[in-house]
Design a protein around this ligand. Structure first.
Ligand SMILES: *Cc1c(COP(=O)(O)O)cnc(C)c1O
Length: 380
């Protein structure tokens, strides 16, 4: 299926099926009834995946995932509101930058590179600061791959009568979440992660009552989620040119997602990829950044080998020559790299990744993937 092109071991864009790519071989009129029906189907199917039929609506937004995050924060948080951002990586930090641009008030609970925010911490911050109206959390913080404890956080946020916004960009589609159990006002995701579509739009599953109350909040015309929704309700169309081919590919991707067993089926394959990958890497001496409890089936951070011969760019280039695009790490303290488990990856690809890592270490004359701290411990 994919003999020439390298596999993407990255958290999006990911390796898609041939049938998803082929779904784009047609042109659609954005105002045409056929395309409006495609948009309606897309929204209805996404809402069903979170049991949100009675409470939530789906608003798609052109652009990459960040456009949808920015639109959500700008539309749902009133100008006089205040956001608590639970940060443990780049995507939480990015929400802070968005708030800076918006000029709206926020505080951060910053746990550094990868420690999880816990409910008791959120509890004391909310108790001490009644001005906070909203809380934002990243479901899978793709920077480290950690799966944050969203359910316990949601429970705390709601108990304090505040509103929850979830950046589920890299989790939704593979990690189950129900609007009936986790009471969120907004869940944000995009086409090109666990649903295995191609990049081009994000979407927000948003509580209808919260969206109804949000008119006039947005700072931006094109990122006004309320306006986008109103136009969709009135006309069945996106405001401004939709990524028609991307939507067609996404509907095909949703079919394939359902055929695989929906969220549970996709989760099972990614989890299997992750376990096979981690087990093989440990045998080569590598160590994961996170303890097993916090590993997600989305992407895994490994410490770089501590051996003096290791050089990330060389490692990257040699992995690419063998057909795999890996992902650099994002830690401030230690050298690391990441391997994604999502997209069209199965046992055969994971085994080939492991063989390639072993062969590349060999070529670089690095006897073990063990990180510096493990090598130092051995010497002492
Ligand atoms: C991918 C991702 C985003 C959005 O990134 P874009 O590059 O704008 O698509 C946001 N949050 C998380 C957690 C992500 O993994």
């Amino acid at each position: 299926m994919n003999t020439e092109q390298p596999y993407l071991l990255t958290p999006g864009p990911i390796t898609t099926t041939l049938s998803v790519k082929q779904a784009m071989l047609q042109d659609w009129g954005s105002w045409d009834g056929e395309f409006r029906a495609m948009t309606a189907a897309l929204c209805q199917r996404l809402i069903a995946l979170v049991d949100g039929e009675r409470s939530h609506v789906c608003v798609p937004m052109q652009g990459s995932g960040t456009f949808a995050v920015e639109a959500t924060l700008a539309t749902l948080i009133p100008k006089q509101g205040k956001l608590l951002i639970l940060m443990n990586g780049a995507y939480g930090q990015r929400m802070g930058r968005i708030m800076d641009y918006l000029g709206r008030d926020y505080v951060a609970l910053d746990k550094g590179d990868y420690a999880p925010p816990r409910a008791h911490e959120v509890d004391s911050i909310l108790a001490a600061d009644p001005a906070i109206t909203h809380v934002a959390v990243v479901h899978c913080e793709t920077s480290s791959g950690i799966l944050n404890p969203v359910a316990e956080i949601a429970e705390t946020v709601v108990r304090h009568g505040r509103r929850l916004i979830i950046d589920a960009m890299s989790a939704f589609g593979a990690i189950a979440i129900s609007a009936r159990e986790v009471p969120f006002d907004a869940l944000i995701s995009s086409a090109n992660k666990c649903f295995e579509g191609v990049p081009g739009f994000g979407f927000v599953l948003v509580r209808q009552s919260a969206l109804e109350a949000s008119q006039g909040h947005a700072h931006s015309l094109s990122l006004d989620l309320f306006d986008q929704w109103q136009y969709l309700v009135k006309t069945g169309q996106w405001r401004y040119t939709p990524p028609t081919h991307v939507v067609a590919a996404f509907l095909q991707a949703l079919d394939e997602h359902a055929q695989e067993g929906g969220i549970a089926g996709r989760h099972a394959r990614y989890q299997r990829n992750q376990q096979r990958l981690v087990a093989g890497m440990l045998q080569l001496g590598f160590e994961t950044l996170l303890s097993d409890e916090w590993l997600s089936p989305i992407i895994v951070t490994f410490f770089a080998p501590g051996h003096a011969n290791f050089d990330f760019q060389t490692f990257y280039d040699r992995m690419k020559a063998r057909g795999f695009i890996i992902y650099p790490g994002k830690l401030t303290a230690a050298e690391s790299f990441r391997l994604g488990c999502i997209g069209q990856l199965y046992d055969a690809q994971i085994d080939a990744v492991l063989e390639s890592v072993a062969a590349v270490l060999d070529e670089m004359e690095i006897p073990t993937g063990a990180p510096a701290h493990a090598l130092n411990a051995q010497q002492n």
